[in-house]
Write a protein that binds this ligand. Structure first.
Ligand code: SF4
Ligand code: SF4
Length: 456
């Protein structure tokens, strides 16, 4: 082989060795700061393991070098090609529309509030005797944020209660009187203003959709209006997310997870209440839908507003934070510019492969099966009874599924490159899952409680 070819090959080998080394050292640093010790150590190992063969090959001359060098150069190039070539492989995934409304009285958050001495209790179990046994079982358990629960922590539970208490103070201001003279503005301008303002207030992603019948609960399941048919005739809905901190989510089912959930419910509620009041000041009716005070099913609205997909664990999965978000909605008649549907079906395809949340769930509430047709929609449905029973034992909202989801990794360059590949190419999806298992484990470990929270 002529000298110039040998020299060029050696240069390429050295460059590739350097690229591998730099890439995995970067990953080791990012993982270290994400407190992912295992991932950091494995990245360090790969920095050496993958770069050294290239340097050795460039340095030494031996008989098979001409055969091995092109192979070692071709493999990473092929992987990069797979990452960037658009082979979405999602045409088989259809988007369906629910054909029935959900009755809020049937959800666990409503059922756990039923008290034996109340008329509601009798009325509910006469209509739904099938839920009686399971509900009796969780009523006997210590309960969410309760003293006898396995993760009881006086400080953190009190902090969570304080956030929920504050959310509850908003109950009389989710709706209100409307200024008589409506503003004259274009849907484009006011939609842009609302989105930017919501972001300034702390929202991550904001989307607008037409309010559909199937977005609304059929009946109210909590509060003074319990049992009333939901009457909500607004034309538009603004959905937005707020981020849950990955460090606190990763401690679930220990107490910091519920503290973080409560805090983000409060953050979302504060934004929604302000936005609704703002719209009413502009002369249009508006209602905030916040924790414990919903008339709409927030994940369904958020999905149609283009914020994400409903994944295996039944939660909204957003492209950059996965399920690690809380949602609130504002419904209104203010004319708005509706967002185009941005369904990312690659998320559904990834969920079909992944099943990590199902494997880690301590109460086996998440199915490992494929999606099933429920209410006209192909979807996964978790066993909310067994999930809630687990919450009532541990006292927190657990979040093990959320913490283990590959989409829940922090929103940074390293994870966003992987997210891009997952979106773009079905082969990469399979690789990404194996890599996630390798770096973070098939069953990611519960992270320790941040030191500042440990007050003895
Ligand atoms: S853990 Fe896996 S299967 Fe579960 S929601 Fe996340 S991506 Fe989907
Ligand atoms: S919150 Fe916990 S118990 Fe409930 S589905 Fe997720 S992992 Fe399972």
């Amino acid at each position: 082989m002529p000298n110039w070819i040998t020299n060029s090959t050696n240069t390429i080998l050295i460059i590739m060795g350097l690229i591998f080394f730099t890439l995995f050292i970067y990953m080791a640093f990012v993982s270290y700061f994400e407190k992912e010790k295992n991932a950091s150590q494995k990245s360090l190992f790969l920095a050496l393991f993958l770069s050294i063969p290239y340097f050795l090959l460039a340095y030494f001359n031996f008989s098979d070098k001409e055969l091995i060098s092109p192979i070692l150069i071709a493999i990473p190039l092929l992987l990069v090609f797979i990452l960037f070539i658009p082979l979405k492989g999602v045409s088989h995934i259809k988007t369906d529309i629910p054909n029935e409304k959900i009755d809020e009285r049937d959800i666990m958050f409503s059922r756990h509030l039923l008290k034996k001495e109340d008329e509601r209790y009798k009325e509910y179990y006469e209509r739904h005797p099938e839920n009686f046994e399971s509900d009796e079982a969780f009523q006997k358990l210590p309960g969410l944020l309760s003293k006898g629960s396995s993760n009881y922590d006086r400080l953190m539970f009190a902090a969570s209660e304080a956030s929920f208490f504050t959310v509850d103070q908003f109950k009389n201001v989710v709706d209100g009187s409307v200024e008589p003279k409506p503003i004259n503005t274009s849907p484009e301008k006011i939609s842009h203003f609302l989105k930017k303002w919501a972001e300034k207030l702390g929202a991550l992603d904001v989307g607008i959709t037409h309010l559909q019948d199937y977005h609304k609960y059929s009946h109210v399941g909590r509060g003074d209006d319990y049992g009333k048919e939901v009457e909500l005739n607004h034309k538009f809905a603004i959905a937005f997310t707020v981020e849950m901190d990955s460090d606190y989510v990763a401690t679930g089912p220990q107490a910091p997870i519920v503290m973080e959930s409560a805090q983000q419910y409060l953050a979302a509620a504060a934004i929604a209440v302000q936005m609704a009041e703002f719209i009413r000041q502009l002369g249009y009716p508006a209602r905030a839908h916040i924790d414990g005070n919903y008339r709409v099913v927030c994940p369904l609205v958020a999905k149609d507003a283009g914020l994400g997909e409903i994944g295996r664990m039944g939660l909204l999965m957003t492209p950059k934070q996965g399920p690690r978000v809380r949602i609130a909605v504002v419904s209104t008649d203010l004319p708005l510019l509706v967002d185009k549907a941005r369904a990312d079906k690659s998320m559904i395809d990834f969920c079909e492969l992944c099943k990590k949340c199902a494997v880690v769930c301590p109460s086996n509430s998440i199915s490992e099966d494929s999606r099933k047709l429920i209410n006209g929609v192909n979807r996964w449905q978790i066993n909310s009874d067994s999930c809630f029973q687990f919450w009532c034992k541990c006292g927190t909202d657990c979040g093990r599924c959320m913490a283990s989801c590959p989409y829940s990794h922090p929103d940074n360059l390293m994870h966003n490159i992987v997210r891009f590949g997952i979106r773009n190419n079905f082969i990469f999806r399979k690789m990404a899952l194996k890599l996630d298992d390798y770096f973070y484990g098939k069953q990611p470990k519960v992270k320790p409680i941040p030191e500042w929270m440990e007050v003895k």
